[in-house]
Ligand binder design. Structure first.
Ligand code: 3HC
Length: 666
């Protein structure tokens, strides 16, 4: 089947792109556009041309799978130049999404008509790129510098109605009559003639560029692409069009050749791949989830509940004590009200979501729930007791999920007579914000239960990843291989601030000790101040429990900003003295080798044991669950870039047992 076809409607030629699933600009589409426009331009009976797409969307961009491969087919810019130079008016008819190269194609068309539900944008920045086919030069000429800079640097698409208000869309079509409306519009334009975008005057205030940089400094730390996007828009304001195009090309080539874009493109596909479950039929029938139960109204249970309420799914939340229930429900309301104050919800929406929440003091109220998620205290005995009760109370076919972050799902499932209905659904704190959901597949978890847990994860806006049963699953299992050596490095002479800085300079939101302070140093502490076996014991014995009481590895002010603590350092020194370990200079490179390389190694073990389906799933876990910088593509992708040989050599030098599959790559 041809991916681009033409059809004449009297004096209007309709060029139709049909390249499922998203009409990406694969080489054969570029070829087809080239040929179709040449045909239309040389046919004297054609007076205007409409470019439209079949299927669910207008062109959603360049074909990302072609990036990094030898070029094939006509050059994209050359094709766009033919369209823009047309002496006959060209109309882009937009439905679905016009993204990246798709919007750039629409921008060389002289006019744009769109259905109100369409969305238009240049999301290249999210792939570590910039619109590399004139987007940074043409967009400002159509919508002005402010809107263009914002669209390029943030990559957020606009609704067609918003696009119409800034001149990006010239006319709105009827939702169901785009094909006819576009032809009628093109016919009107025959008398008006073409309007090449490159010739349009450029207006607006270039000051927006510095404003965007200032407003996003924190978010963009470490990223190259937002700045390159802005540099190109800035270039458009001072260079003639052709010069601006050369500037854009040079910046695009630089980004495309760099590791950041490679990492971000890897993550684009990794995220989509994660949804695919090995060995499961694609069309497996899912269980219907109309009502959810959550056990535990603490931080975790409350956050989990919000995910469902926000999507209009009723939740029954159960606590043991009225006071805790009230507090939990109060926190949910407060969170929604805070979001409403920031304009994310209207007060009516807050009330509508709260009306979907049923607080309860008894598990009996979960009888009619289709999915119950347990988020109680992390103790196997407690969990088994809860699941035993759920087994009696819940209706047949209900999915019974545990939010445990470490414990054995199979053992929990064994406390019920329906282990096939039991699955892990491990959310990450804060559960209403973090995008990761680890779906833990037990030995006996039924395929449709697994598939339903993954699907409901997607529905509530999470990126769900399948994990196998092992201590800490994918994420926390790897976390411990970082935390333990970090602690050992303290004993050998590094400071918490030095180690944390290596991690934050790497791009992590916080280092190992900042994370420990946030979680609380007294988690798992034996509560006997006279027993000091670890540095954590020593800190707890001195009443340093972390952020919660303003002192841990760091001292915290009332805004919870931490500064290095002389007292904590003295405690660490004292502890080192009792261990008789000599103090030495620790280099930042050694910190990388001993805290980051072991994570890569553990990732290989996880794959060897089949606890993750694929390496890219591990990357998804670390990016969406722990804030690993997306421009480094996750630990497994980063490990490939570092080089297996280098990692294996360093791990062996530090006495770490290396996974065979990692060794095999070296
Ligand atoms: N190239 C190649 N494949 C693409 C693609 C693209 N631009 N966009 C989507 N796909 C693939 C996906 O990988 C997925 O494949 P799979 O079914 O095998 O997993 C399939 O199309 C469907 O995609 P989604 O699952 O994402 O479908 P949705 O309906 O949820 O979303 C979408 C559709 C909003 C278009 C979303 O796919 C998307 O955001 N795509 C990327 C858009 C983009 O970034 N465009 C810019 C590309 S770079 C560029 O244009 C450079 C230029 O300036 C020169």
């Amino acid at each position: 089947m041809q991916s681009v076809t033409t059809q004449k409607f009297d004096d209007v030629l309709v060029v139709l792109v049909d390249n499922p699933p998203v009409n990406a600009l694969s080489w054969h589409v570029r070829q087809g556009l080239n040929d179709s426009f040449e045909q239309g331009l040389s046919d004297d009976t054609v007076k205007a041309i409409v470019l439209r797409c079949a299927g669910s969307t207008f062109i959603a961009g360049a074909d990302i799978t072609e990036f990094g491969k030898p070029p094939q087919g006509p050059d994209f810019n050359a094709v766009l130049n033919i369209i823009e130079a047309s002496e006959k008016p060209v109309v882009a008819a937009i439905h679905g999404t016009a993204l990246g190269g798709g919007l750039e194609t629409a921008l060389v068309c002289h006019y744009r008509i769109a259905v109100p539900s369409a969305r238009l944008g240049v999301p290249e920045v999210k792939l570590g790129l910039l619109p590399g086919a004139g987007g940074t030069q043409r967009l400002p000429r159509v919508v002005g510098i402010e809107a263009a800079a914002t669209m390029c640097a943030l990559g957020e698409p606009l609704s067609a109605t918003k696009a119409a208000s800034i001149g990006l869309v010239d006319r709105l079509a009827g939702e169901d009559s785009l094909a006819d409306d576009a032809i009628a519009y093109a016919r009107e334009l025959i008398a008006i003639g073409p309007r090449p975008t490159r010739e349009r005057p450029l207006g607006g205030d270039v000051g927006i560029i510095e404003q965007l940089k200032a407003a996003n400094a924190k978010k963009w730390k470490g990223f190259d692409a937002p700045y390159a996007n802005l540099a190109c828009v800035e270039a458009a304001t001072r260079l003639p069009f052709e010069e601006g195009m050369k500037f854009e090309r040079a910046e695009f080539v630089k980004l495309m050749a760099g590791s950041q874009s490679a990492a971000q493109r890897h993550m684009f596909f990794a995220e989509r791949q994660a949804a695919k479950i090995d060995g499961l039929a694609k069309d497996i029938a899912l269980r219907d989830i109309k009502k959810v139960g959550v056990i535990g109204a603490g931080t975790m249970g409350g956050g989990i509940s919000m995910n469902f309420l926000s999507k209009g799914i009723p939740v029954t939340i159960v606590e043991m004590v009225q006071e805790n229930l009230d507090r939990g429900v109060g926190v949910i309301r407060k969170n929604y009200e805070n979001s409403a104050a920031k304009g994310r919800f209207s007060p009516e929406q807050v009330e509508a979501m709260m009306a979907l929440l049923t607080p309860s003091l008894t598990l009996d109220d979960l009888a009619d729930c289709d999915l119950v998620i347990e988020a109680v205290y992390e103790s196997m005995d407690v969990k088994k007791e809860v699941f035993g009760k759920l087994d009696i109370i819940c209706k047949s076919g209900a999915i019974l999920a545990s939010n445990t972050s470490y414990l054995d799902i199979d053992e929990i499932a064994a406390s019920t007579a329906r282990p096939q209905d039991v699955v892990g659904m491990h959310f990450f704190s804060p559960a209403n914000v973090m995008k990761l959901l680890e779906v833990v597949r037990g030995d006996k978890t039924a395929p449709d239960v697994l598939a339903t847990a993954m699907a409901i994860g997607k529905k509530i806006g999470k990126v769900a990843v399948v994990a196998g049963v092992c201590h800490g699953f994918i994420g926390n299992r790897m976390l411990s291989t970082r935390q333990q050596p970090a602690m050992q490095l303290l004993l050998e002479g590094a400071t918490p601030a030095q180690i944390d800085k290596v991690h934050t300079d790497f791009g992590m939101p916080m280092g190992p000790f900042q994370m420990s302070d946030l979680a609380g140093l007294d988690i798992g502490w034996h509560r006997d101040p006279s027993r000091v076996e670890t540095i954590r014991d020593a800190l707890c014995a001195a009443g340093r429990f972390g952020q919660k009481n303003g002192k841990g590895f760091y001292d915290y002010d009332e805004k919870r900003v931490g500064t290095p603590s002389a007292e904590a350092l003295a405690i660490i020194e004292d502890f080192r003295a009792t261990s008789n370990l000599p103090k030495r200079e620790i280099s930042n490179q050694e910190i990388v080798e001993r805290t980051l390389y072991p994570m890569v190694n553990e990732g290989y073990y996880i794959l060897e044991e089949g606890k993750a389906q694929r390496a890219s799933d591990i990357d998804v876990v670390w990016i969406y669950g722990y804030g690993w910088p997306i421009y480094r593509g996750g630990p497994m992708f980063w490990g490939e870039l570092e080089g297996a040989g280098k990692i294996v050599e360093a791990l062996e030098r530090h006495g770490v047992k290396v996974a065979e599959s990692l060794k095999a790559k070296a």
